[in-house]
Design a binder for this molecule. Structure first.
Ligand code: GLC
Length: 714
């Protein structure tokens, strides 16, 4: 095939269609580039076009947007380029080991289990191929809907170009969203790819985990410690030790002999149980899951046999989650865990990770091997496809299988699914964390821009292993990490086998007391956090936001990525270096109250702030009413806990969101949203949306120098 540029409709030999959304305030241009004569790509895998609310109209004779050119030098490589002005910042691209601005290097998106979380790491567990170009507050998002390997050259050589390489034989769909302001662009992107459902309230509490609690007795002992030491918590996580030799949907008959009794005892302690599952299914001839899978032909194939390679359960097969019948088969299997009382499911190793073969497509491969030489074959409605064409969808489709399985089994309960791998749209299936980080201050610091970039690609329910996974944590690191961690939407303490135990009491009473106090604050913040999840559903706004989300014209705010906004009104600026008690905090325009009390500080400048071990390193903007709950040991009684409306300033506003925290009724209007206003000391509460019959609870208004009970009248 001859190399040629493609800039207009007439260009051949590949099909191109251009379309534009109808009736959208933010323009979206959709470009389909395909090897097929009808111009369609085999399947827009992340997006179920039929389910999308957006409607498109074909454009004809148009040139490609943004001065984009497309070039196809070899059959399985597409190269897109567009000019990139000097002052454009690049955000997004999902999970990147990077500061907020991704410009100046090449980023590879291809789901990979790479443990070297260092500057040189390129592909990570998730691939969200959406970059947000930000220039003087005006943004355009480029979303390249392809789960094949994509490489984004964000002007590493200062040539003023953005280049994207797509390793696909079939083609892809490309969306240009904007120009508009950052919140509008992310809003439109999340209308396209979906928004996160509301988590069950318990999933927003503190999760205690370790790889691994090695027996039922150890798990129970940890749970009892959490309660005896009054460390607010909601979940205990069981890593692979609970499984029988790593095989999905089994329980170890020796280590976790009476599993149901354990789950019941944990429930009696008001702790939920989250269990891990890997997708690898044992290929042993007598493994019941393997037998069932082979009978139904559910596995990815090498030729006409199930593909097999080493993984946790020994030689293993991988279900082909692209197929709806396979997702249903996997989903139904969760009855095994649900019947035993398990509350949430953790999907791990779903890049998928193969032992000893973390990079199955060599980084320097210029062309894709033929379909049948791409590790294995998967099945789409259009026929067989080589795995590398669809690799980054493996994690998302596994989560979808889990999510749909849980909904079948417990139709009116909000599922909790946690994943390591994912693709654009993964937010529809729950939470994610950033895999195997290290107990290093550097990784505490990097978690801020990494989670901010994920949020800008529509993924709000995120966290990282608090305290760090690999390496030994210190008490100082753990205390500092909780100071930030209480603001992670997903909050889990987790660490690796062979490493120092990391539960908050492992480091002496000073650290334990600090963590207790911080966790109490997390539990106080839950009503506000629930409101932020609701806001995400309404608008697509992430929960953790870079300062430029709300202050796009402030040149200093634009550079800051070691601070974040937790919703609009809370600014978090933790200590992220060892041996430090003080740091410079930049406060944008306005006045900001220290979270822990005291006079407001003037924004538009830096302040030097000292944070002790149990301080909450945050500020609240003047004019805010924060809905807070009284501190409690778990979320079990959250909806009837005393509500504290904390007022920062003499006139202030806020939003209170309420629902039952458990069912899916909110999807059909089963929630309340109050607009709150305070003037002087007088509260005006307007019920903007009424759909939930809230249980009675005490409501207290707390302002500078006053505290009194108030009624919220419907
Ligand atoms: C992977 C996960 C880690 C887990 C471990 C054992 O490394 O990323 O969180 O603890 O596997 O299951």
């Amino acid at each position: 095939m001859t190399a040629r540029d493609l800039t207009t409709f007439e260009a051949q030999p590949f099909g191109l269609t251009l379309a534009r959304t109808l009736s959208e305030s933010v323009p979206i241009v959709r470009v389909r580039l395909s090897t097929r004569p009808d111009g369609s790509v085999p399947q827009s895998f992340a997006l179920d076009d039929a389910a999308s609310e957006l409607r498109y109209r074909e454009l004809s004779g148009s040139r490609l947007p943004l001065g984009l050119t497309v070039h196809r030098p070899v059959e399985s490589r597409w190269e897109l380029t567009l000019p990139l002005a000097d002052d454009v910042r690049c955000f997004g691209l999902g999970e990147r080991y990077s500061g907020l601005n991704l410009r100046g290097r090449t980023h590879t998106l291809f789901a990979t289990d790479d443990k070297n979380h260092l500057e040189a790491i390129d592909s990570m567990y998730k691939a969200v191929p959406c970059v947000v170009l930000f220039r003087a507050g005006v943004c355009t998002a480029l979303f390249l809907d392809s789960p094949a390997r994509t490489r984004w050259r964000l002007d590493p050589d200062l040539t003023g170009t953005l280049g994207i390489e797509v390793a696909s034989r079939r083609g892809f769909t490309f969306y240009v969203i904007g120009p508009a302001e950052l919140p509008q662009v992310v809003g439109a992107y999340t209308r396209l790819t979906g928004r996160a459902p509301l988590p069950p309230a318990w999933a927003l509490g503190h999760h205690q985990s370790r790889y691994g609690y090695e027996s039922a007795a150890e798990a129970l002992a940890v749970a009892r410690e959490l309660r005896q030491r009054r460390l607010p918590s909601d979940a205990l996580v069981l890593d692979i030790h609970y499984l029988d030799e790593g095989r999905p949907f089994t329980v170890s008959p020796t280590r976790f002999a009476d599993f149901e009794a354990l789950v019941q005892q944990l429930h009696e302690l008001d702790l939920r149980v989250v269990t891990i599952l890997n997708p690898a299914v044992s290929a042993a001839p007598n493994d019941p899951l393997g037998v069932s899978g082979r009978e139904r032909d559910v596995f990815c194939r090498a030729g006409d046999r199930p593909y097999a390679a080493p993984a946790r359960p020994g030689l293993a097969h991988w279900p082909d989650f692209l197929r709806p019948d396979v997702r249903a088969w996997w989903g139904e299997r969760h009855a095994f865990l649900i019947d035993r009382g398990v509350d949430g499911i953790w999907n791990d190793m779903n890049e998928p990770a193969l032992f000893g073969d973390e990079h199955p497509l060599p980084a320097d491969a210029r062309e894709l091997p033929p379909d049948d030489a791409q590790l294995f074959l998967q099945t789409t409605p259009e026929g067989d496809v080589g795995h590398f064409e669809v690799r980054s969808l493996y994690g998302l489709t596994m989560c979808r299988a889990t999510w749909e399985g849980l909904l079948q089994l417990r139709p009116n309960q909000r599922p909790f699914v946690l994943t390591r791998s994912g693709y654009a749209g993964m937010q529809r299936y729950g939470a994610c964390w950033l895999g195997d980080n290290f107990s290093w201050f550097e990784h505490l610091r990097l978690s801020i821009p990494m989670l901010l970039n994920l949020g800008l690609c529509g993924v709000p329910f995120t966290g990282v292993d608090v305290g760090g996974f690999d390496d030994d944590a210190t008490g100082e690191l753990v205390a500092r990490w909780y100071q930030l961690g209480i603001f992670y939407p997903y909050l889990r303490n987790h660490c690796s086998i062979g490493r120092r135990h990391q539960e908050p009491w492992q480091f002496g009473s000073l650290v334990e007391d600090a963590v207790r106090r911080l966790l109490e604050v997390r539990y106080q913040l839950l009503p506000y956090l629930q409101g932020l999840f609701h806001e995400h559903r309404q608008t697509g706004a992430p929960i953790l936001r870079p300062l430029c989300w709300h202050y796009p014209d402030d040149p200093i705010a634009l550079e800051i990525d070691d601070q974040l906004l937790f919703g609009e009104h809370v600014l978090v600026a933790p200590i992220v270096t060892r041996g430090t008690r003080r740091r410079a905090v930049y406060l944008p325009a306005g006045r900001w109250y220290p979270f822990g009390g005291g006079e407001p500080l003037l924004g538009g400048r830096y302040h030097s702030c000292e944070w002790g071990w149990s301080d909450v390193p945050a500020f609240v903007k003047q004019g805010t009413i924060l809905p807070l709950a009284e501190p409690s040991p778990s979320t079990a009684r959250l909806s009837s806990a005393e509500l504290r409306l904390r007022v920062f300033g003499t006139t202030a506003r806020g939003v209170l969101y309420e629902d039952d925290g458990a069912s899916r009724d909110y999807e059909h209007g089963g929630y309340n949203r109050w607009q709150l206003r305070v003037n002087g000391r007088k509260l005006r509460a307007t019920l903007e949306h009424a759909g939930y019959d809230a249980p009675p609870r005490r409501v207290v208004l707390e302002g500078p120098g006053y505290r009194r009970e108030v009624q919220l009248k419907r």
